[in-house]
Write a protein of this length. Structure first.
Length: 390
């Protein structure tokens, strides 16, 4: 999708604002600093106003008044109920998603289970653009499983994208699992999820997607792409709050074939029987572990509600228009000052953020966040060595 009717003047930008069908959603978020332009939602989403009221009710009414009775009045099932709501955003069945632990812990649990299911295959595949923590988790698994196992990374020739051909080069008959970020954290490069899943399945391997920079930012169709496994956080585009619990997805087709390496009472078939021998719960619930953080769980739903009300297709259309507008501004105003584009030019190949590169990226970010000569503050995000993400 190409927009060639944009102008760089302020009046044109204000016209786009007035015509924006989603503009009223701004009033659903906490905006105490009118002079601040926040462009770092890919690291921490803004606070929905409904979250403040929701948490007050949870603290005063549920924790404060109902106390332990609240476990039987919604707390116990919150991980599953919020998972059902999130499933509608990422194209999954309501019994295929559950809120649990952190993204890294969920990645560990699912990757471990996948390696056990594909016993005899010794290779894990990822790429050079993946989030480092994901690679650390996979390296730790190899340390556990033994020196016969290896992690192979598909190369990126430009540091921005990874071709399907590069993935195909490293996925073979010995591959047990392919772990990739649907949207790369630095460049915003976005894989064709369906094409990758098809390639991986032809080789007899399983595919696990990290949706942290995708869910709530781009339309995701886990069932339609025949995805086996997925994980992601809720504190970026889903606006669940700092350190909010993550989630995991397991295709219904393989849920009963997988077993979690971490056994805890919330994943037990009958947790309140308090038997001394563990029996895994049926379905996805077996991947729960310990008591969930109720306050953090209760902060997730308002952000999900906003996304469902706005509609992912509408959000994606606006996102592409905004990013293409920024590309135009880059071409006309920044390029001559030593900036380069660190994201794919084609919006169909990128998520909802853009990366601009400059040798002085860190100092530029600092100057935008702490301006000396203007009352307007802009909050982007720096990623080493030279990326300004917006």
């Amino acid at each position: 999708m190409i927009f060639n009717h944009f102008e760089t003047g302020r009046s044109f930008a204000e016209k786009l604002d007035r015509e924006d069908k989603l503009r009223h959603f701004r009033d659903k978020f906490y905006n105490p600093e009118e002079n601040t332009i926040y462009l770092d939602g890919n690291s921490l989403g803004k606070l929905p106003l409904a979250t403040r009221e929701n948490l007050k009710q949870v603290i005063d009414g549920q924790w404060g008044t109902r106390l332990i009775r609240s476990w039987n009045e919604g707390w116990y099932s919150r991980s599953a109920e919020s998972g059902k709501k999130l499933a509608r955003i990422i194209g999954a069945g309501e019994d295929e998603v559950i809120i649990s632990d952190s993204t890294s812990m969920n990645l560990y649990k699912l990757a471990y289970a996948a390696l056990r299911l594909r016993t005899g295959r010794k290779k894990i595949v990822s790429d050079e653009l993946n989030f480092p923590t994901d690679l650390y988790v996979l390296q730790g698994l190899i340390d556990q499983f033994g020196e016969d196992y290896e992690l192979k990374l598909a190369r990126s020739e430009n540091g921005i994208t990874v071709s399907l051909e590069e993935i195909e080069k490293v996925v073979d008959g010995d591959t047990a699992l392919v772990v990739l970020s649907h949207v790369a954290f630095k460049s915003a490069f976005m894989y064709d999820m369906k094409a990758v899943s098809s390639l991986v399945h032809r080789k007899g391997a399983l595919v696990l997607w990290d949706l942290s920079h995708a869910a709530g930012a781009v339309p995701v169709d886990l069932q339609g792409s025949r995805t086996d496994l997925a994980v992601g956080c809720t504190y970026k585009y889903l606006n669940g709050g700092p350190g909010a619990p993550a989630y995991l997805y397991i295709s219904k087709e393989i849920q009963e074939k997988l077993f979690s390496p971490v056994w805890g009472w919330f994943g037990e078939a009958d947790p309140f029987a308090f038997d001394l021998e563990y029996r895994p719960a049926p379905g996805i619930r077996k991947f729960l572990v310990g008591t969930p953080p109720v306050l953090s769980l209760e902060a997730i739903d308002p952000g999900l509600d906003i996304i469902l009300e706005a509609g992912m297709d509408n959000l994606r259309k606006k996102s592409v228009m905004q990013s293409q507008y920024l590309v135009l501004l880059f071409e006309q105003l920044l390029k001559e000052h030593g900036f380069s584009m660190g994201s794919p030019a084609d919006p169909a190949l990128r998520g909802s953020h853009l990366s601009f590169q400059h040798p002085e990226a860190y100092r530029i970010c600092k100057a935008l966040i702490e301006p000396q000569n203007t009352h307007i503050r802009v909050i982007p995000d720096f990623r080493a060595p030279d990326n300004i993400r917006v």
